[in-house]
Design a protein around this ligand. Structure first.
Ligand SMILES: NCc1[nH]cc(CCC(=O)O)c1CC(=O)O
Length: 311
C-alpha cells in the first residue's frame, strides 16, 4: 500500500495530533506522510471564533483536499468537527480519549481558588466556559483571548489575564502541565462534545480496504461509543462549536452514561439532564438528551443564543 497521506493544520497541537495518528498507523506497519494545510481558522487570528461563524472554520480546507484526493485522511480535534459533516465525508475513527476536563493555567504560583471570591481575570474565548463561570462563579471576570496555546500563554505573561481556561488535553499534549493550577470539576465544567478526542475524517472516495486498515489501527471502541452519543446530541441542537452546549459520555461496559445540557450565554440559566443505556443505543441516548434539554426550555434558549451569536 502507498503511504497514507494525513492532512492536518500546521499548528503545533494539530501536528501533535497528526503524529499521534501516524504513530498508531505505524504500529500496524502502515506508512504515512504528513501534509500541512492552512485553514480559515488559522488565518483569522484576531477575531473571536464565535464571530467568524464557527461551522467548519478549521475543517473546510482540509475537506477540499480530501475531496480532491490530495490527502487520504484529515486529522482534527473531535471537538472542532461539526456535528453534521458535508455530504460525502465521514469520520472513520476516533482515538482513545485523553482526560476530558478543563483546567486553569497560570504563570503565577499562587492563584485564588474559584471558590475564594477573590478577584480573578481569566482568558478564554469559549462561550461554554464563559457561561459556566458566570453561572457558578459570577465574581470571576473573563477576557476574550485567541491564538494558539503558545500565543495565549505569552499574552497571559504580558498581563492580559491572571490565568487561562483551557482543555486539559491540549495543554498536556503541548507539554504545559507544570502551568496547571487547577483541574476543573467535570460536574460543573462539563466539556464540549468531543473534547480530548481526535477524529479521523475521510471522503467516500477512499478505498474501502484502506479505510478498514485505518479503522483497525486507530479506532478506540469505547471512545467511539461515547462520541456517537455526544455527537448525536449536538446534531439535534444543530449547534456549531460556538454554542454553549456541553455533553460528556462515559462507557462503563455494558452501560453508556451521557450527561449534558445548555447554558444561557450570560450564565443566567443552565439546563441539564443525564441518561444511560447500552452502547447500541448511543445515538438514541444523545437524541433523548437533546430532546429533554429542548423540552426544558432549551428550544427557546437556543433560538436566543443563535440570534445573539448570529449563527
Ligand atoms: N477549540 C479549540 C480547541 N480544539 C481542541 C482543543 C484542545 C484539545 C481537545 O480538547 O481535544 C482546543 C483548545 C481548548 O479548548 O483549550
Amino acid at each position: 500500500m502507498k503511504p497514507i497521506r494525513i492532512g492536518t493544520r500546521g499548528s503545533k497541537l494539530a501536528l501533535y495530533q497528526a503524529h499521534h495518528v501516524a504513530d498508531l498507523l505505524h504500529k500496524r506497519n502502515l506508512a504515512t506522510e504528513i501534509v500541512i494545510i492552512e485553514t480559515k481558522g488559522d488565518q483569522v487570528l484576531d477575531v473571536a471564533i464565535s464571530k467568524i461563524g464557527s461551522k467548519g472554520v478549521f475543517t473546510e480546507e482540509l475537506e477540499n483536499q480530501l475531496a480532491e484526493r490530495k490527502v487520504d485522511i484529515a486529522v482534527h480535534s473531535a471537538k472542532d468537527l461539526p456535528s453534521r459533516l458535508p455530504e460525502g465525508f465521514e469520520i472513520i475513527a476516533f482515538t482513545e480519549r485523553e482526560k476530558a476536563n478543563d483546567v486553569i493555567l497560570s504563570h503565577k504560583k499562587e492563584l485564588p481558588d474559584l471558590d475564594s471570591k477573590k478577584p480573578l481575570l481569566l482568558g478564554t474565548s469559549s462561550t461554554r466556559r464563559i457561561a459556566t463561570l458566570r453561572y457558578y462563579y459570577p465574581h470571576v471576570r473573563t477576557t476574550d483571548i485567541r491564538g494558539n496555546l503558545q500565543t495565549r500563554i505569552a499574552k497571559m505573561e504580558n498581563g492580559v489575564c491572571d490565568g487561562l481556561l483551557l482543555a486539559y488535553a491540549g495543554v498536556h499534549r503541548m507539554g504545559y502541565d507544570e502551568l496547571i493550577r487547577s483541574d476543573l470539576p467535570l460536574d460543573q465544567f462539563i466539556p464540549a462534545v468531543g473534547q480530548g478526542c481526535i477524529g479521523v475524517e475521510a471522503h467516500q472516495s477512499l478505498a474501502p480496504n484502506t479505510k478498514a486498515a485505518i479503522y483497525e489501527a486507530v479506532n478506540h471502541i469505547a471512545t467511539a461509543f461515547c462520541l456517537q452519543a455526544e455527537r448525536s446530541f449536538l446534531r439535534v441542537l444543530e449547534g456549531g462549536c460556538s454554542i454553549p452546549a456541553f455533553a460528556l459520555a462515559v462507557w462503563e461496559g455494558p452501560t453508556l452514561h451521557i450527561k449534558g445540557g445548555l447554558l444561557q450565554l450570560e450564565g443566567k440559566e443552565r439546563l441539564y439532564d443525564s441518561f444511560q443505556g447500552s452502547e447500541k443505543e448511543a445515538v438514541s441516548l444523545g437524541i433523548q438528551l437533546a430532546e429533554s434539554i429542548l423540552a426544558k426550555g432549551g428550544d427557546k434558549l437556543l433560538k436566543e443564543i443563535k440570534q445573539q451569536l448570529h449563527e
